[in-house]
Design a protein around this ligand. Sequence first.
Ligand SMILES: [Zn+2]
Length: 483
Amino acid sequence: MALIYHVANPLDWAQTLQQSKDYDAAIVPEGFIHCCTCPQLKGVLARHFPDALNLILLCLDEKRIKAEIRYENLSGGRAQFPHIYGSINLDAVIRTVRISSDPVDRKFNVPKTQIDWPVFDGHNDTLLHLHLPERGRGRSFFQDSGIGHIDRPRAIQGGFCGGFFAMFTPTPSEWNKDQIEHNGETVDISKAIDHVVARRNVDAMFLLAEDLEKKSPDDFRRVYSVDDILDAFQKNSIAAIMHIEGAEAIKEDLSNLELYYEKGLRSLGPVWSRSNVFAHGVPFVFKQTPDIGPGLTDAGKNLVQACNELGIMIDLSHLNEKGFWDVAKFSNKPLVATHSAVHAITPKARNLTDDQLLAIRDSGGVVGVNFYVGDLRADGEYKSDMPLSQLIKHIEYIIDKIGIHHVAFGSDFDGALMSDELKDITGYPKILELLRKSKIDEDNLAKLCYQNWLRVLNETWKEKSNKIQNPLKRRVLIVELDK
Ligand SMILES: [Zn+2]
């Protein structure tokens, strides 16, 4: 075990180092890091930390860890020069950053610095990205590969603590396009896909998630209740909700739905942007309303009822408008769109109209705002040179229209084109910073980051938690380092 000391004053760094000699690591202000880049400092540090085998200096700004310097075998012959890591060293952060409602750990003089709220996110396609060799190129979830948008190291940097892990079956390219007539225009739409193809794909991703958890439950855990999510937060593991996007893997007579529930399914979007035996999805068309095509089929209505009974959340994202109103009519749970944006700003058929937003509010539901540039840009273009302020516009619009209790994040990381400014999941703190600048206070930010999701899930799932009235604050609580 190693102890960590918080260096409060950058000007008295030598003195504070002296004080911290009983500790094996220190948290230092940013100015200190610049001093540490000087190789001559090695001698000074060796004097102050004669017994340290591994000395780790963590640099924090107001909200998050920014850099780390690691000294190995400082007092031995093979002492290494300080090394600045461009990004956070994972091992150290996993073991040192804990989530706690306790603002200060007095025993170890832990800083009061509050880092960002835990981010819980309505949608990612990371399982598919890892599953398909042509997308993930064999990357590992546990290493920062720079490929795709989410892996464990980058999730930690972004403050991402969990969310909906979608199991989506892409339309095979050879059947990619179908066409429908709408408002006198011919609209391209993805063809329906085969049940067997979808089931094979979804089953493979269930196994993949199981495998991730088996390999490292400290890094990835499937969750089935709000208590499971809170427990994963506490243990600093990623809380993963198993979600099927597009219900093609479910048999029309629903005979395998319960089987998927037993495998861990807790959220289901009846459609992606295509039709199936249950409902009809909205195509990727600009300057169109979502009112394209008919409502739920009879099988779709049965699916809604069965999901209600089992406690599977129904996701309205990509469902066409008639289908949306059918779910609103037949479902007895809060209405949820896990990853959608605002039609009044970006008139894409995939986005939610004001009436849909109001219905979500009235049901006590939530909208996870999609970060996909094509759904956010006012010109509807698929271009990544979009300022992040455009995303904030969508979030603010929903807050103004239906209130802070009904908006959350639903990024679509690993499934969609992101803003260059955001890049990947490591960009989350930039979003939080912009929201703070737009005068969203900390209580409301917490609702947006995770509390709204937890509230809705608790109302929807069978297993109830009584803990969400006392939401956790995520703070830096550095206690020990198992190095
Ligand atoms: Zn989607």
